[in-house]
Design a protein around this ligand. Structure first.
Ligand code: SF4
Length: 689
């Protein structure tokens, strides 16, 4: 008999979940995933992973995967061939473009898809369909951090690497819960804190795991962060603790900026933030005593009405204290999805080409027009938020969306779903029949990362290769192939044979990717952009220059925007965030048995004092109502939250308990990121226990 040969295959991949960007080998036999094996060569995680990276892969072979295109017939969907589906879409999109103009169609990209897929999608929207109406889900999370950093230091990304964080003397974590949202990064912080005497300050509404471990944990009033950050900065200047040499040599705008701090006295800050003067002085003193401080933040900062300004205040504080350009210093906006950084970097944004060059810049546009042989639209397009409003106003008639469950993840989901019902034509491309797909006219089956080649960019700007493990399931296809076929039916003549060709094109057009190539990314190799033509990458930014023409950073005066008030009737504040075990709307993790068994559903955290006042206990069923909608959830009584502060995760498997039934359409003034974290609700008890 023939000898039994081993068919076990080992393939390097990059985690499909969070922005930390762990890489590891996936061991497979046919379509069976045997195990995830981390390797010491992995640049970010070495031999670590978290529960999602290790066990969150069952979704790939789930029976619920979409395997055939679906076309709506009345209230149901029928299976179709690719030719039928693409012919229908191309015909319809052509007709809409001719009737209503190119700006009547919106394009929503995916931060779960590769850099190359985002690149080809923005090219499709701009060069083939003639509009800049293209955006991705960073609009819901980190756009304000990007904007705040672009104002002050020039590049909208983490200024150093995750490994660098270990060399900080002080880590300040504000409005972020890395132990659940960015677990492997949090492990590094925990290790440096425990073993190397690193100081840790956590400022948050909720005492999460890092809050428990912190040397100083502070709980300000919701939405008041800009005030205490500015008061800390003012106090540092009053004490003469600023880094004078750094400011003289490397920073512009000092005089004007210090005037903007007049308001932020300790008295004012104490009154507005609920932190005591001593606490504010203590943070300032700890920053003064540390030789290298970095600040990590996430959606507790960015999902507010004044989010860009608060992110700017963080960067101002780092500049005043000279905390940029050395290992262990700098700004770390922690990206959520594994490729939200890359989706932005590769141009699925309404005002920017790949590499953050403005669509309005004539020289840049001319470069793309020459390369692509078409005239490109000059006017910035609509962002996600404007698209939803545009549909309600009748300006936007059609939407093409891939890899994004916008019906659940955008704020005020009742309002978003009502918009989808008004669309004349809606294409959804995904691996599952998502909530959003229920509103579509055509649903296209896409392939997840294990079924294609590509690159992802993690929170620290690191580009890493992932390799195809399996053929796409059923008739599903990689997103880039679908987009190419669609473009070709609408007049393009593209012939990309492999995603590497898309990366080569991006590298030839966007200066920050000049030296990026698949060859330089082979196996465990990675590149942190900007990457010079000779392949030199930049793990640590601003060592000599900031990213402005004169090489100097800019202090940027900001004002506080008070948070949204829902009205007196809505007497409790509802916060929300991630959970270790699940990811976002949960469409991948709830399909992974090991995970969904452990954490099967959504709940609301209630403080012991509030539980007592309302006569409820663990397991009570409550209805939460905001001005925008209601949800019914079970209660967990915990002292992680305090007083009238409630907390829900955003990972609901069920539409009816989804937190975005409650959130509003108010948003950050500059970036239109919704104020997910500013929600007043009332709570009715349905079952006390
Ligand atoms: Fe994946 Fe993030 Fe967990 Fe790493 S920390 S394994 S990237 S989910």
């Amino acid at each position: 008999a023939a000898m039994r040969t081993s068919r076990i295959k080992r393939t390097k991949t990059v985690c499909t979940y969070c922005g930390v960007g762990c890489s590891f080998e996936v061991w497979t036999k046919d379509r069976k995933i045997l195990k995830i094996e981390p390797q010491a060569e992995a640049p970010v995680n070495g031999i670590s992973t978290c529960i999602k990276g290790k066990f969150g892969w069952d979704f790939v072979n789930s029976e619920e995967r979409l395997t055939k295109p679906l076309i709506r017939k009345g209230d149901t969907f029928v299976e179709a061939t690719w030719d039928e589906a693409l012919t229908l879409i191309a015909g319809k999109m052509k007709e809409m473009k001719e009737t209503y103009g190119p700006d009547s169609i919106g394009y929503i990209a995916s931060s779960k898809c590769s850099n190359e897929e985002n690149f080809i999608f923005q090219k499709f929207a701009r060069a083939v369909m003639g509009t800049n109406n293209v955006d991705n889900c960073s609009r819901y999370c980190q756009s304000p951090a990007t904007a705040g950093l672009m104002r002050t230091v020039g590049i909208g990304g983490d200024s150093g690497t995750i490994v660098d964080i270990a060399s900080a003397e002080l880590v300040l974590v504000v409005g972020a819960n890395p132990a659940e949202s960015h677990p492997v990064l949090a492990t590094r912080v925990k290790r440096a804190h425990k073993l190397h005497g690193q100081k840790l300050v956590v400022v948050d509404l909720r005492k999460h795991e890092l809050g428990e471990r912190a040397d100083l944990f502070l709980r300000p009033k919701p939405g008041s962060d800009l005030i205490w950050l500015s008061a800390v900065t003012r106090y540092i200047l009053e004490q003469g603790w600023e880094d004078k040499e750094f400011l003289n040599q490397r920073v512009n705008g000092f005089e004007e900026y210090i005037k903007s701090l007049d308001l932020y006295t300790l008295d004012y800050a104490e009154e507005q933030t609920g932190l005591t003067k001593d606490e504010i002085v203590r943070i300032a003193t700890m920053i003064h005593e540390s030789k290298a401080t970095c600040i990590l933040w996430a959606m507790g900062i960015t999902q507010h009405m004044g989010a860009t300004d608060t992110s700017t205040a963080i960067s101002n504080l780092l500049l005043i204290t000279g905390n940029y350009g050395r290992p262990g210093t700098g700004a770390y906006p922690l990206r959520g999805h594994n490729n939200v950084q890359g989706a932005c970097d590769f141009g699925t944004m309404p005002a920017w080409f790949p590499g953050y060059e403005a669509v309005q810049n004539d020289t840049v546009r001319a470069r793309y027009e020459r390369a692509w042989g078409v005239k490109l639209p000059e006017k910035p397009g609509m962002n996600n938020h404007q698209m939803v409003e545009g549909i309600h106003d009748g300006k936007l008639k059609a939407l093409y969306l891939f890899g994004e469950d916008m019906a659940l993840v955008d704020s005020n989901s009742n309002h978003v779903q009502a918009a989808f019902e008004k669309l004349e034509f809606f294409v959804v491309q995904d691996i599952f029949f998502s909530k959003t797909a229920q509103f579509a006219d055509v649903v296209l089956p896409a392939a997840p990362s294990l079924e294609k080649d590509g690159t992802f960019t993690n929170t620290e700007r690191r580009i890493q290769r992932f390799y195809k493990v399996f053929e796409p399931l059923g008739d599903s296809k990689p997103d880039w192939e679908i987009i190419q076929e669609m473009a070709n039916r609408l007049g393009a003549n593209w012939n990309y044979k492999h995603p590497s060709e898309l990366m080569d094109e991006a590298a030839s057009l966007a200066p920050v990717f000049a030296g990026v190539s698949y060859e330089r990314l082979e196996d465990w190799k990675s590149l942190v952009w900007p990457v010079a033509a000779d392949g030199t990458d930049t793990p640590l930014l601003y060592t000599e220059k900031f990213a402005f023409p004169d090489g100097k950073a800019r202090l940027f005066p900001v004002e506080w925007t008070p948070p949204y008030e829902a009205g007196e009737e809505f007497d409790l504040h509802l916060n929300n965030g991630r959970l270790l075990e699940h990811f976002h709307e949960g469409n991948m993790t709830y399909k992974s048995k090991g995970i969904s068994h452990k954490v099967p559903s959504e709940w609301v955290e209630v403080s012991p004092e509030l539980a007592k006042e309302r006569g409820i206990d663990h397991g009570a069923l409550v209805r939460l109502t905001s001005p925008y909608g209601k949800v019914e959830v079970r209660v967990e009584v915990t002292d992680r939250v305090k007083g009238n502060e409630l907390y829900m995760t955003m990972n609901s498997a069920e539409d009816l308990s989804a937190v975005n039934r409650l959130t509003s359409s108010y948003h950050d003034r500059i970036t239109h990121t919704p104020n997910f974290k500013e929600m007043g609700v009332k709570m009715e008890v349905l079952e006390p226990k």
